[in-house]
Design a protein around this ligand. Structure first.
Ligand code: G3H
Ligand code: 13P
Ligand code: ZN
Length: 324
């Protein structure tokens, strides 16, 4: 039969995304792989009274172990309550790459899944997404699909060369599949090197014209933005100061994300910003105290800084603070 997410205290994303659409904000979807990241996400969202989607990739799930993950998610809900905040928490599979993986996640307590068929031809993407949605909806699990391709880190392509979503396809995709939300490609990309620009140049704006056309064709339908880290220079600088080598790392400016969050973009995905904060503070701790070897002494400061970064995002970028 499997485990029902409701028994873990989790919710699906339906009400969260509807609230975000109505309220002109975006629900943060933060990736995590370990205890400290999850603690920081929950503490930040509890303290800012923000709904939250905690999400794991396929790789994160095998890193953490799916049983550990289930109890971590259940613990996350209770931890928020201990902090005095009864915020809605969804556990979401990020970039699910097969029907079987989505089914396995649903059966092990996930409340939401993404099936990413964006690299497939339209008809194959739609058929796969519908198959997942049919299985998920019978168990009250919400499903995110994707149309259009984001540039990957390894591709080293600028945003101009990513494969933008074709707005003419979105209505048919949603109708055929029954998905609850749709990720689109409007110029963001995954990782810490989102745009190839020379020093002093500004990053190209996101394609808000495509977003507006998608909104016109799917009124009131929740849109998802992937690859939305801002690659905050303060953390890139700390990493480089303490022995790292992140050259020309650049992300999406916060004001553009805020603009997107006010529109039909109801879920914004952030992974890289968390990785950068964590790495910066661990590098700093190692450099400043080479004699220290208690993990709490270098993971603790990383966790504390993550809380600050996520709180600032909820308040200034997502607009989700105070919405839970
Ligand atoms: O979009 C992908 C996420 O950033 C997860 O990446 O597969 O390295 O865990 P990962
Ligand atoms: P970033 O690499 O910009 O954080 O994107 C994360 C993401 O889209 C996860 O699905
Ligand atoms: Zn993504």
């Amino acid at each position: 039969m499997g485990i029902f997410y409701g028994d873990l205290g989790l919710v699906n994303t339906e009400d969260m995304l509807a609230g975000a659409m109505k309220g002109g904000y975006a629900v943060p979807a933060y990736n995590f792989n370990n205890l400290e990241q999850l603690q920081a996400i929950i503490q930040a969202c509890a303290e800012t009274r923000s709904p939250v989607i905690i999400q794991v990739s396929k790789g994160a799930r095998s890193y953490a172990n799916s049983t550990m993950l289930r109890y971590m998610a259940m613990g996350a809900v209770q931890y928020a309550q201990e902090l005095g905040a009864d915020i809605p928490v969804a556990l979401h599979l990020d970039h699910g790459d097969s029907y079987e993986l989505c089914v396995d996640c649903i059966n092990s307590g996930f409340s939401s899944v993404m099936i990413d068929g964006s690299h497939l031809p339209f008809a194959e993407n739609a058929a796969l997404t519908k198959k997942v949605a049919d299985f998920a909806h019978a168990r009250k699990v919400t499903v995110e699909g994707e149309l259009g391709v984001l540039a990957g880190i390894e591709d080293e392509v600028s945003s101009q060369h990513s494969h933008y979503t074709n707005p003419e396809e979105v209505q048919e995709f949603v109708n055929r599949t029954g998905v609850d939300s749709l990720a689109i490609s409007i110029g963001t990309s995954h990782g810490a090197y989102k745009f190839k620009i020379k020093p002093g140049e500004t990053v190209p704006p996101l394609r808000f014209d495509i977003l507006a056309e998608v909104e016109r064709r799917l009124p009131g339908f929740p849109i998802v933005l992937h690859g939305a880290s801002s690659v905050l220079p303060v953390y890139v600088d700390i990493i480089n100061k303490y022995g790292g080598a992140l050259e020309n790392a650049v992300g999406v400016p916060e004001d553009q994300l805020r603009q997107a969050a006010r529109s039909a973009v109801c879920k914004i995905n952030v992974d890289s910003d968390g990785r950068l904060v964590f790495t910066a503070k661990v590098r700093e701790a190692f450099a400043k105290d080479p004699k220290e070897f208690d993990p709490r002494k270098y993971l603790g400061p990383a966790r504390s800084e993550l809380v600050l970064m996520y709180k600032a995002k909820n308040e200034n970028v997502m607009g989700s603070a105070g919405r839970a």
